[in-house]
Write a protein that binds this ligand. Structure first.
Ligand code: SAM
Ligand code: SF4
Length: 349
């Protein structure tokens, strides 16, 4: 980006950094997901290959820069912010960023600061997360069987994640479990997982596997439509649709037998784009306006071009103006390549 004083002056005049972000389809952007690192201490088979090449550390935005970027979005109307990754809690000194963002909870500008985590570091950080204003988190858990857990995560230890969940609940953080539905892996476990989650006061959300990034296996072999899962669960449980929303794309039912909530995220069988309120920021300052499309905007250059936020605000407005109507994920045996080349760990779930 040209950073001549003339352009900066023009940008300052044009930028209305407090104006809410509304995309060309009239959707307000109020939810920012931030992948703070692409690295992870697990290697879930559907998410990453075993030998991943990660970004060089020098390409990452600093935590101070991430705070500045997130704060610019909050000024522009973001009310919910989710830290994700890779594994957000393995980024060095991550609590600096969580604490810095927590100040927006204190002022009331931000309604919710949350994260999606694999739970491996939760036992260590739960109390501090609560102290920083985090009240709800999502923990990814695809199975309750320790051996299967080790197999799917390659490097994970279920007992450690369970300790993390205990610690989070003890700290007063509301935990929601997320499980990716995988054919031939956990499809028989959902009744048990549902009872487990609900007995501990946790919602459970099931997710369809999305075609993102090259992995060792063929995702079509593991793809399990949630319409099938739901029909099977309905044979055992009474599922009543409820209007409950968390700001994310899940649609929920109440399970009458347990009294708990079960969510379905169905990017493949049901396109949820019409109500999309989200954009995604990577740890290098790239903004993806849609999880399922390749178009992206570079925010690192305007961030670094000046100390003020006028150029940045203008670049954000320009990017929101390009937010597409929706994604078109399909899992297709003929089309061997993933719909989106980047892995989920780049933009976070
Ligand atoms: N490491 C953290 C975790 O696992 O919760 C945060 C990042 S992870 C990429 C976020 C979510 O994306 C997880 O719930 C994970 O199961 C899910 N995920 C990863 N790859 C996926 C894929 N290809 N399709 C669907 N969900 C995926
Ligand atoms: Fe890591 Fe989360 Fe991907 Fe698993 S799903 S490899 S925990 S980023």
């Amino acid at each position: 980006m040209n950073t001549t004083p003339g352009l900066l002056h023009q940008a300052t005049a044009l930028a209305n950094s407090d104006a809410p972000m509304v995309d060309p389809f009239g959707r307000s952007v109020t939810y920012l997901r931030v992948s703070v690192t692409d690295r992870c201490d697990f290697r879930c088979t559907y998410c990453m290959s075993e030998n991943m090449t990660f970004l060089p550390k020098k390409d990452l935005l600093t935590l101070e820069e991430l705070d500045r970027l997130c704060s610019a979005f909050i000024t522009k109307g973001v009310r919910k912010l989710r830290l994700t990754g890779g594994e957000p809690l393995v980024r060095k000194n991550i609590m600096y960023l969580v604490r810095a963002l927590g100040r927006h909870i204190e002022t009331g500008k931000l309604e919710e600061l949350t994260l999606t985590t694999n739970g491996s570091q939760l036992a260590r950080y739960a109390d501090e997360l609560y102290d920083c204003g985090v009240r709800r988190i999502n923990v990814s858990l695809d199975t309750l069987d320790p051996e299967k857990f080790h197999a799917i995560t390659r490097w994970g230890d279920l007992a450690n994640v369970m300790k993390g969940i205990d610690a989070a609940q003890k700290a007063g953080i509301h935990v929601k479990l997320n499980a990716v539905a995988l054919k031939g892996f956990n499809e028989d476990e959902f009744p048990e997982m549902l009872r487990f989650a609900h007995a501990r006061g946790m919602d459970l959300t099931l997710i369809e596997t999305m075609p993102m990034g090259e992995i060792e296996e063929d995702r079509t072999d593991r793809y399990l439509p949630l319409s099938t899962v739901r029909a099977r669960l309905a044979e055992q449980f009474s599922l009543s649709p409820i209007p409950f929303k968390t700001g994310g794309p899940a649609s929920y039912v109440k399970v009458e037998q347990t009294g708990g909530r079960l969510g379905f995220i169905t990017p493949l069988t049901h396109n949820f784009c019409e109500s999309c309120n989200r954009v995604r920021l990577t740890c290098t300052g790239t903004l993806y306006m849609c999880l399922g499309q390749n178009d992206a905007a570079d925010l690192r250059t305007p961030l670094r071009a000046s100390e003020g936020d006028a150029l940045l605000s203008l670049a954000i407005d320009e990017a929101i103006g390009r937010k597409p109507k929706g994604h078109d994920f399909i899992i297709d045996r003929k089309g061997q390549r993933p719909a989106v080349a980047r892995h989920m760990s780049v933009t976070g779930g």
